[in-house]
Design a protein around this ligand. Structure first.
Ligand SMILES: CC(C)(COP(=O)(O)OP(=O)(O)OC[C@H]1O[C@@H](n2cnc3c(N)ncnc32)[C@H](O)[C@@H]1OP(=O)(O)O)[C@@H](O)C(=O)NCCC(=O)NCCS
Length: 172
């Protein structure tokens, strides 16, 4: 897509990453309004300081999509992860979040491509991810990008447990 570039997140982008992740999370999951559970979750998980820590940590990484220098999407790679189905160490796509007004323009695809290239560059041959079973748009997107479902796992929050699909791709 024109005017979109992809690359590793800079430390100076942590605040914008924090706002982007919170925004996309709310738009995707809080479709009945913002619950106290998700407010607590996103405040902690997407705190600027926590994101700065992830950017500095070599075991994880954020890739970002920039439009005229502004953030429009982000993906998190967790190199030190484990597939919950196969119980083997494998890198994980922790997040893939695109701002809603940039949907359908190739930003998600471009980010995923950047993530897969980075994972291969680091010497890994597979990538797995977890996606909420009701997130049909994302599941269809991942299937079109070659990810296959291995099974299901639980994602526990404060009061609720959410069923997630575990998907995997062998990178060529
Ligand atoms: C799932 C998600 C990441 C997809 O991102 P996206 O940027 O909309 O995806 P893309 O634009 O790359 O691909 C979507 C479609 O647009 C098409 N597309 C690609 N480039 C395009 C372009 N320049 N113009 C128009 N359409 C384009 C793609 O071919 C694809 O078509 P298809 O669905 O028929 O295969 C995005 O919807 C999102 O962030 N959702 C909320 C968060 C979420 O659920 N994340 C996943 C769980 S962690």
């Amino acid at each position: 897509m024109h005017d979109i570039s992809f690359g590793k997140a800079e430390l100076s982008e942590a605040l914008r990453l924090s706002v982007l992740l919170k925004t996309v999370y709310i738009q995707t999951y809080d479709i009945e309004g913002i619950t106290i559970e998700s407010a607590n979750f996103i405040t902690k998980a997407f705190a600027k300081e926590r994101i700065e820590g992830i950017i500095k940590d070599h075991r994880s990484q954020f890739m970002v999509a920039r439009h005229r220098g502004n953030l429009v999407g982000a993906a998190e790679i967790l190199f030190d992860s484990m597939c919950p189905i196969r119980k083997i160490a494998l890198p994980e796509l922790g997040k893939l979040y695109v701002l809603e007004c940039f949907y359908g323009k190739g930003v998600g695809y471009g980010l995923l491509n950047a993530v897969e290239n980075e994972v291969k560059k680091q010497g890994f041959k597979e990538l797995h991810l977890m996606v909420y079973i009701k997130n049909t748009r994302a599941i269809a997107f991942y299937e079109r990008q070659g990810y296959v479902t291995l099974g299901m796992t639980d994602f526990k929050m404060e009061h609720n447990t959410y069923k997630n699909l575990v998907m995997n791709k062998v990178l060529n």
